[in-house]
Design a protein around this ligand. Structure first.
Ligand code: HAM
Length: 424
């Protein structure tokens, strides 16, 4: 038999205790911010019916699916949480109080080409609001994500949010391309999302490709790409009717961000469309200001996803915030803490005769929530002392035959070296 590989599959991650403590530290911040915004935590299975994820707009995420057949079922590991949230909301839509605010912290799987901050397994904090069509929901979410960046210790200028609205693009194309073929909007967005990666010329080529899903005329494709260069709302307004609802929404959204005191950290950028097909309105992505990393988090409004899954329309908006890019950024800034293991008490029974007394003492201390380690085998005092020191334990309790017969234990405070006797 060949030797089992000790490496996990490429792109997946082991979490040894040091890594796990950091992960819990990060998730603790996510959870606290979500609670401050009165979001409730939910969860769903990591394995879903593959059809929940297999949309047909040409998204990368669909090609990256980990999927398999089992007992005639086509199943997939979730690449993202949004479709599962949608499934859960739709299943109980009649009985849920809207707008609902849900958050999740889940492990997701994508067979990605790996780069810094991108692996095949990642965790994502999601915050989603369902049942609210107005931009107050978008603003609340953006308020929350900046609160998380602040709580993690980043300075105000360390990260920026780039914002656009797909509705803006849709409105400006409604009189041309979309009049005859509204169905090209989703694949069009998926193609133009690639602009940062492949460049404007390659995007034009994909948009006009006669075998592709969009099939624009060359002039139309160039107009679309030109529009992506717009970086101010006033310039965007020139492509739109005066009463454009998408423009009014964006303006109101930016106004609300003033009240969250984050307006200066947000820029309008028409090239942000996001790579997932389901977005319909405002979309946003946060980046490190130095521009060296991929997106820290991203989200937007997806009012038609419920319909795509066969339900009545329900407005929805949310974001996903991964654990990896933020860890890279925090590490670059020296903000990722080295968290030591915490042990309060080490209990050392000198022999097996003293062990029952040590166990009873441990039970009392553990009732008070102390973290207690009983030395389990036979060991030498010197070795136990050195080990407790290395562990960073606060105290060591020595239970020798003499002490136990007198109903006491010797306690040493490992920081000060002070010793006292305590009754068992
Ligand atoms: P997404 O942009 O695909 O959106 O992912 C959101 C975030 O998850 C990214 O900004 C990044 O931090 C992290 N992420 C994604 N893929 C990877 C990877 N392979 N390795 C490490 N981190 C990764 C979504 O998933 C949407 N479902 C978000 C959403 C929620 N929209 C509405 N509600």
């Amino acid at each position: 038999m060949s030797k089992t590989s000790l490496q996990p599959p490429r792109g997946t991650r082991d979490f040894y205790p040091d890594d796990y403590r950091q992960r819990e530290w990060l998730f603790g911040h996510f959870r606290r911010v979500a609670h401050r915004f009165a979001f409730e935590e939910v969860d769903a299975p990591m394995v879903e019916h593959a059809e929940l994820f297999t949309r047909k707009a040409g998204e990368e995420i669909v090609d990256q699916l980990y999927h398999f057949e089992l007992h005639d079922r086509h199943l997939a590991l979730r690449p993202e949480m949004t479709p599962s949230i949608a499934r859960m909301v739709i299943a109980r839509a009649g009985g849920l109080r809207m707008p609902l605010r849900w958050f999740t912290i889940t492990q997701n799987w994508r067979y990605e080409r790996m780069t810094r901050g991108r692996k095949r397994e990642h965790f994502q904090w999601n915050m989603d609001i369902w049942g609210e069509p107005g931009v107050a929901a978008e603003a609340e979410l953006v308020g929350a994500l900046f609160e998380a960046l602040d709580a993690l210790g980043l300075a105000r200028g360390d990260a920026r949010l780039r914002v656009n609205s797909r509705a803006l693009l849709e409105e400006s194309l409604r009189r041309s391309v979309l009049r005859q073929r509204p169905e090209v909007f989703e694949p069009l967005c998926v193609v133009i999302d690639k602009i940062d990666k492949i460049g404007a010329e390659a995007v034009v080529e994909l948009l006009v490709d006669p075998t592709g899903p969009v099939r624009l005329e060359s002039a139309q494709a160039r107009d679309v790409v030109d529009m992506l260069r717009i970086t101010s709302l006033d310039d965007a307004a020139r492509h739109l009717p005066d009463d454009s609802p998408a423009l009014a929404d964006l303006r109101r959204f930016f106004e609300l961000l003033e009240a969250y005191d984050v307006r200066d950290r947000v820029v309008f950028d028409a090239s942000v469309v996001r790579g997932l097909a389901y977005y319909t309105g405002i979309v946003f992505e946060a980046f490190d200001s130095a521009g060296t990393l991929r997106s820290i988090c991203g989200g937007g409004r997806y009012d038609r996803l419920a319909q795509t899954l066969g339900a009545r329309p329900i407005p929805a908006v949310g974001f996903g915030f991964g654990d990896m890019v933020i860890a890279e950024l925090l590490s670059d800034k020296g903000l990722l803490p080295d968290l030591p293991r915490v042990v309060d008490d080490v209990l050392f029974p000198f022999g097996e005769a003293e062990r029952p007394s040590a166990i009873r003492l441990a039970r009392r201390l553990r009732e008070r929530d102390h973290r207690v380690e009983i030395v389990l085998g036979n060991a030498k005092l010197k070795r136990v002392m050195a080990d407790a020191d290395r562990l960073g334990a606060a105290r060591i309790w020595l239970l020798g035959p003499d002490e136990v017969s007198r109903g006491v234990a010797k306690v040493r405070d490992l920081a000060s070296g002070e010793e006292s006797e305590e009754t068992l």
